[in-house]
Ligand binder design. Structure first.
Ligand SMILES: Nc1ncnc2c1ncn2[C@@H]1O[C@H](COP(=O)(O)OP(=O)(O)OP(=O)(O)O)[C@@H](O)[C@H]1O
Length: 249
């Protein structure tokens, strides 16, 4: 496993309207990790991802992405971020969506744009549907196209906010496989968020559990489950949360 640090998050605090939503978050992500940030609704996953992606710029603490500040890493094109509510352009076909983004990211290099699209078509794996307007796509197909669009430019850091939320089992499994597969093939570092702990256990080599703006466990899924003497990450989460709540602060 690679032990070079891709992303470091050190003692990060974030307030929204005087309400503290991140309460001193610290973790490292290693190069080529598929790193899962897991926790319940409102725990602070999206806020953390948006800070790493260079979208939220005001916070306390230090974040580095390949040694750069997130804004700089974003400017250098090192980060590709997929928000939870990302959708393709519905008036365009799947292929036109991929072409559009490939042209933007290739900055005039036609050959590179073609290469991106070729990779995108493979990742999306939509068959003939790729030639149809995305307004005719199911939710799972749209998600596959968006993930293809996010990964096809071979970014050094891919950030996926809830990549499989609201998908049926079959679509979720396909997307999980694409993510695990592409991480290996493209050599990208991937950070994803999810509240589905079992899926994260399957997909990620390292995870951080976040609850109420704090990291409560970090490690490989096996390290965490063995340390806590439980069968899976769901049980681990419940055990840590109930233990924390039973200790007066
Ligand atoms: N722009 C904002 N303004 C005010 N409060 C915000 C803003 N963004 C997030 N919050 C609050 O910060 C907290 C953490 O939200 P965040 O979206 O990071 O959680 P999450 O773990 O991603 O949740 P979910 O799983 O529901 O997407 C929540 O209480 C949320 O209401």
């Amino acid at each position: 496993m690679n032990s070079e640090i891709a992303v470091s998050v050190t003692n990060v605090f974030k307030k929204f309207n005087n309400s503290l939503v991140l309460k001193g978050i610290t973790f490292d992500v290693f190069k080529e990790d598929v790193f899962g940030l897991i926790g319940p609704n409102g725990a602070g996953k999206t806020t953390t991802l948006r800070i790493i992606a260079g979208i939220i710029k005001r916070y306390e603490g230090e974040v580095r992405v390949f040694s750069y500040k997130p804004e700089k890493a974003k400017e250098l094109g090192l980060i590709s971020y997929m928000p939870e509510d990302a959708f393709p352009y519905e008036r365009l076909t799947g292929l036109e969506n991929l072409n559009l983004f490939a042209e933007i990211y290739a900055r005039g290099d036609k050959k590179l744009a073609e290469e991106y699209v070729e990779i995108g078509i493979k990742i999306a794996d939509l068959g003939k549907k790729i030639y149809e307007k995305t307004s005719t796509y199911s939710r799972g197909m749209k998600r596959r196209l968006i993930i293809a669009r996010t990964l096809m430019t071979k970014p050094k850091l891919v950030i996926l906010d809830e990549p499989t939320s609201a998908l049926d089992v079959e679509s979720a499994v396909r997307i999980r496989n694409v993510i695990s597969d592409m991480a290996k093939k493209l050599g990208s570092t991937i950070i994803l968020s999810s509240h589905n702990m079992l899926e994260v256990e399957y997909m990620c080599n390292r995870v951080a559990m976040i609850n109420d703006g704090k990291i409560i466990q970090i490690g490989t899924p096996t390290e965490i489950t063995e340390k806590l003497g439980v069968r899976n990450l769901e049980e681990a989460f419940l055990k840590v949360v109930s233990r924390d709540q039973s200790v007066p602060s």
